[in-house]
Design a protein around this ligand. Sequence first.
Ligand SMILES: Cc1ncc(COP(=O)(O)O)c(C=O)c1O
Length: 351
Amino acid sequence: MADPAADLVDLRSDTVTRPTAAMRRAMAEAVVGDDTLGDDPTVQALEARVAELLGKERSLFFPSGVMANQTALAVQAAWGSEVVVEGQAHIFHFEEGAAAALKGLQLRPVSTPDGVLRPRHLDDAVRPSSPYLPRTSLVCIENTHLGSGGRVIPPVDVAALADAAHARGIPVHLDGARLWHAVAATGLDATVFTAPVDTVMVCLSKGLGAPVGSMLAGAAPVIEEAWRVRRRFGGGMRQSGILAAAGLHALEHHLPRLADDHAKATAVASCLDGVPGLSAIRPETNVVIVDVDLDVIDPLRFVDFLRNHRILMLPFGPSRLRAVTHQDVDSSALVRLSAVVDLWSTSGAHA
Ligand SMILES: Cc1ncc(COP(=O)(O)O)c(C=O)c1O
């Protein structure tokens, strides 16, 4: 079948990657069994490997990051209670109101300038004990933080927040959809980021390039309960070793190359920064956020112009654009981006 995306430079997200030939081979050759009956050795190997990498007792394989995040909430937060989240969190904006719809939870977003929830934010956001107020049951953080352009939340801030939450008897969940990028950017062990938190979700289907899959890791009793919730949400799978094999392959072969994506993001940022009216935030990882001066440039026209030249990028709010690098963006893609951006500036298309 002809591939309609063959000549696309797709910078919309790091979720657009296609499995490599080697990954497809690993999937085809996977030894599988019925995972709901506890029979799939490849899923078990993946769960053990991720638990080890994240320094947690157990981990569990999920079809998606949203399901794994929402399972973490459902397991740790009581019905009718409140969950503190950073104001731009994926859990707050992009999960279809699942916390309310699936578990009767109220989210309490806290705006920060940089995506970092700090202990002082909890002074305000955690409810005092009162029969008239909801109980605060969980605090969620996101690392890297997508809304602020893939920023790494430094381990010292993660630890300080977790200490402040734990001192109040409140557990902490980490949405680590791109935690691997924080690891690649800092050179630190993943456990430095995960040790202070109670549960952590990581994705295999973003920068790591697997077609499907996220993991939830934590203490054994929490993950035992998560198994039940996953099944309740319809996420129990059967011969899912086919998918887990892609995850194992990604951890072995793609994890070590994530820093390349960060270098590509820096190149994309400097290319876009040269366009009148665009100002790229210097990326720490693989996400490039570009502020648009609406008096100078119409972001939708710019995105359309790129699309007409087979380059895809997303608007990110009314005056921002987003580009995300990944393993399917190679050096020739960066050359094409640069040429098309030059064409925009010189052809009069921007006028
Ligand atoms: C920060 C963050 N958390 C969670 C998710 C959800 O992952 P999924 O799309 O696999 O459900 C995403 C997806 O882009 C994300 O960026």
